[in-house]
Design a protein around this ligand. Sequence first.
Ligand code: ATP
Length: 359
Amino acid sequence: MFLRHLSLVNYKNFDSKTLEFDPVINCLVGDNGVGKTNILDAIYHLCFGKSYFNPVATQNIKHDTDFFVVDGEFEKEGRTEKIICSFKKGSKKIIKRNGKAYEKFSEHIGFLPLVIISPSDRDLILEGSETRRKFMDGVISQSDKAYLQTLIKYNKVLVQRNSLLKYFVANHTFDPNTLAIYNEQLHNLGTEIHKKRVDFIDSLIPIFQKQYAHISEKDEQITLSYESQLSEGNLLNLLERSIDKDRALQYTSVGIHKDDLNFMIGGHPIKKFGSQGQQKSFLIALKLAQFHFIKEQASTTPILLLDDIFDKLDENRVSHIVGLVKDDNFGQIFISDTHAERTENVVKTIHQSYKIFTL
Ligand SMILES: Nc1ncnc2c1ncn2[C@@H]1O[C@H](COP(=O)(O)OP(=O)(O)OP(=O)(O)O)[C@@H](O)[C@H]1O
């Protein structure tokens, strides 16, 4: 799969921009702030229906205008797939595939698999557990449509259960029977999600360890593990046992919405004890593991976006990553960098077709 053509109207700093891409390697070069990352984000937008960097849709519209359009032409399994994502202030965002608008964006997720490696990935280490759950959910959803639907249902029931807990307190009442209905639903949906997360992490760990060893070239003991209250007991029991606590807190204190991933180095949290270099290698290994996992699960090689990759790695290691496309017949890669020469030196070593875009 590859992206052949991209055109932007009023997307972030671009009023109008058209690019024809190489099927293998594309380098976006230029000074700070010219819009290299914005182009990568527009590609991300076509695959996920949203920005990777800025979740506020209106802020992706060029200042002083009131709509944006991102239009892309992909080649997938010998067919042309035309995707248009448009958004006008005050209206709903629209994503169309070959002229037909999706009713639910979730139906589009996974159709065009993509992995991005960017300096903002550090949030996965630094931020709270929600960021790591989103990462996990994003990867699983790209290859398992049922997972995303189950997760959406779980979150809806969770909102309803939390509203009920608030209602109880506001009205000085309690109805265990209605609560039991929500408990049962959360149990069924949460158990399914938990199982898929366990399976996912089990498959990801060996790929991740291999990638880390490759990148760090050192014998460091790093671990990635999944932490869930459901590993200690059945969700229905946990929910029943926490009723008093939940009533006091007015929200649901147990469930898969509390899951986390633990990132450790030498047995200690990498957030506190990892050097900057170790944290960067960890994140790249995690994202490359994601790339390989999706490639194995989906029948398509994901598009790989490398934003500001030289910020994280030296030229040899960038060559190694870019070299991924050499092994994967249909892989396409996008690299953003401030130094045209440095980028060209790296891509030349791969002996594949490439294009350099100077912005
Ligand atoms: N909604 C918007 N309207 C207009 N300009 C915007 C909007 N959102 C972001 N920008 C502009 O986009 C530019 C940043 O673009 P981007 O992050 O793509 O740069 P870059 O080329 O990747 O830079 P760097 O090399 O520093 O990473 C900034 O000048 C910013 O002001």
